[in-house]
Design a protein around this ligand. Structure first.
Ligand SMILES: N[C@@H](CCC(=O)N[C@@H](CS)C(=O)NCC(=O)O)C(=O)O
Length: 371
């Protein structure tokens, strides 16, 4: 009997983070989809809402949300997925946010807007999520339509395709350059940022036919990282150093990683700044009572990317994650903060330190709630 049952799916973005953690942590688990009868009868009623990933532990606990699942597992398994160095901690936490929220546009665009290559592949996977006794074609079709609409709400619409593709293709080149020198984001072992990035970079961009072709053709070392993240061993044969238990020395952040962050900042920072303003205004107007469950998006905010106005769903969850980075910053002495300021300045991400919601986000019965 495995320690953990993981309710997930191969094509699910948020499931990829948890699966990779389970593999690297060496935790015995069994993965099933939400079509498993136990999901409906036992898991879903306690999960709060019908998303994956969810885990069921051997003592019957049900935990929903990829971030909470990794926190929960790591609190007992202590794999050590957060570097000790303050700058590396910040970078690690930042990539956790970027993984969940910062690459949704390319993830959705390359899944939903290339039907010639992707359609059959995607349909097979969505149908597998519907219990066999139901009308798989009909129900999968409805979910697929809902997901395609979600992509548009994240800003993956025709007017933006050119910019989304330009940004993503450059991102591939920059990731590839980083993974030429290092097997993981911060050295020879994965950190929480690596696990976060597996969401978009494995589940969508490293698996669906169109973006998989692109990644293999333009960024074979990034593709290797994706493979490596789903293997229990360190899988670093092509690198000189064999020390599998070390982050980069002296809290160093490689200059290529700073360049990569500065590239991600091009849409991530204006979007985050617009979203925080939008959500704070919404909070001011609606004043949700403490304990109110948080919806995925509270409305659509506008921001500039490469001189063009984008609109995207303002999602409180981004700030639940960003707060974890800000908390690391708040916890260190001023002189260390200044060091972090300099690094974030170079990465054009310093503004993220001030993007804070006026209300805290907490958890109740597996749902995120306003405190
Ligand atoms: N914050 C959640 C998000 C989970 C989530 O949105 N999962 C998607 C699949 S990748 C889902 O189940 N969507 C179904 C829906 O929204 O109805 C997490 O990190 O686990």
């Amino acid at each position: 009997m495995p320690d953990i049952i993981l309710y997930a799916a191969p094509l699910s973005l948020y499931s990829a983070k948890v699966r990779s953690y389970l593999i690297k942590a060496g935790i015995a688990y069994r993965e099933v989809t939400s079509a498993d009868p136990r999901y409906k009868s036992v898991v879903r009623p306690q999960a709060g809402t019908a998303t994956i990933p969810v885990i069921e532990t051997s003592n019957g606990e049900i935990i929903r949300d990829g971030t909470r699942i990794v926190d929960y597992l790591d609190s007992s398994h202590k794999v050590d997925i957060l570097p000790q160095g303050p700058r590396q901690k910040i970078v690690s936490r930042l990539f956790e946010v970027i993984g969940s929220e910062g690459l949704l546009r390319p993830a959705m665009h390359y899944r939903w807007d290339f039907a010639d290559l992707n359609a059959d592949f995607i349909r097979v996977h969505f149908e597998a999520l519907v219990p066999a006794e139901l009308d798989r074609t009909l129900l999968a079709g409805k979910t697929m339509q809902r997901m395609q609409n979600a992509g548009q709400m994240f800003g993956a619409i025709a007017e933006n395709f050119e910019i989304i593709e330009q940004l993503y293709e450059t991102l591939l080149v920059k990731f590839d350059a980083h993974f030429k020198d290092y097997p993981y984001l911060l050295g020879n072992k994965p950190c929480i940022g690596d696990f976060g990035l597996m969401g978009p970079l494995y589940a969508h961009l490293g698996r669906d036919p169109k973006p998989l072709q692109l990644m293999q053709a333009k960024a074979c070392r990034l593709f290797r990282w994706v493979e490596r993240m789903n293997r229990p061993e360190a899988d670093i044969g092509e690198f000189e150093s064999r020390d599998t238990d070390a982050y980069i020395d002296a809290d160093e952040i490689p200059s290529m990683l700073i360049e990569l962050m500065a590239h991600i900042a091009r849409d991530f920072v204006p979007e985050t700044a617009a979203a925080v303003e939008y959500i704070n205004q919404w909070l001011e107007e609606k004043k949700p009572p403490p304990g109110t469950p948080i919806v995925r998006g509270v409305g659509s905010c506008a921001f500039e990317v490469e001189g063009q106005t984008f609109k995207a769903l303002a999602q409180p969850y981004r700030f639940f994650l960003l707060k974890r980075m800000q908390a690391e910053y708040d916890a260190v002495p001023r002189s260390t903060q200044q060091d972090i300021d300099r690094m974030l300045e170079q990465a054009n991400m310093r503004e993220l330190l001030t993007c804070r919601l006026d209300r805290e986000i907490g958890w109740k019965d597996n749902l995120e709630v306003w405190l």
